[in-house]
Ligand binder design. Structure first.
Ligand code: ZN
Length: 206
């Protein structure tokens, strides 16, 4: 029988107290963004009930509002089922967009049709970003712990920037100075037009 969160926490925190955390070689990784020593935090016990996330149930959901308005300051591409949204602030990376369903849904509650279209779009967005920007591939992340409405984080590093490879790209994204807003948007719109060419849907005017 799988452990309950309380059982998991009791076992793990007892092991940490006895043996400490596992040795980590992250600081040896060329992609680790920081220098200097860090100490892991003590583990907090699991809460009994998870807190509500932003836009829970579609109430005051920013993504639902964006999907309804198709505000060109936010939505750079859409079709009947999905849209691509700009980050609220320009980023330091050459590519950063969110892929989201038009309908308020989570990954687990997509219809079969939505899930199939999502698969086509992820492939088309990767190919599109590579076609129009100098990026080697996109990275795809799903956290879902802040807003409830499904939003895939899609990012890419500049080709050849090996230090930004892998797991820590999202941390580098938080550290790097942002590109000028107009340039950043123009590059994302270029990708949006390529997505429309390859996979249909409608991109905002350049
Ligand atoms: Zn929503």
């Amino acid at each position: 029988m799988p452990e309950s969160p309380q059982q998991w926490f009791a076992r793990v925190s007892e092991a940490v107290a006895r043996e400490g955390y596992r040795e980590s070689d992250l600081q040896q990784w060329s992609s680790w963004p920081w220098i200097g020593d860090l100490s892991p935090k003590a583990l907090d016990a699991p809460v009994d009930a998870e807190p509500p996330r932003r836009g829970a149930g579609g109430v005051e959901c920013g993504q639902c509002a964006g999907a309804a308005s198709l505000d060109p300051g936010y939505v750079v591409w859409h079709d009947d089922l999905f849209f691509l949204g700009l980050p609220f602030e320009p980023r330091g990376l050459p590519f950063a967009l969110f892929l989201m369903p038009r309908r308020h849904a989570e990954l687990a509650t997509l219809t079969v049709k939505e899930a199939a279209r999502q698969g086509e779009l992820l492939a088309a967005i990767d190919a599109s970003a590579q076609a129009v920007l100098d990026v080697p591939r996109i990275q795809v992340a799903l956290w879902g712990d802040g807003s409830e409405h499904l939003h895939w984080w899609l990012y890419a590093r500049p080709t050849g920037m090996l230090q930004l490879r892998g797991t820590f790209l999202s941390h580098w994204d938080n550290l790097l100075p942002a590109a000028p807003a107009a340039e950043f948007r123009a590059d994302q719109v270029l990708v949006a037009h390529e997505v429309a060419r390859r996979a249909g849907g409608e991109a905002v005017p350049v």
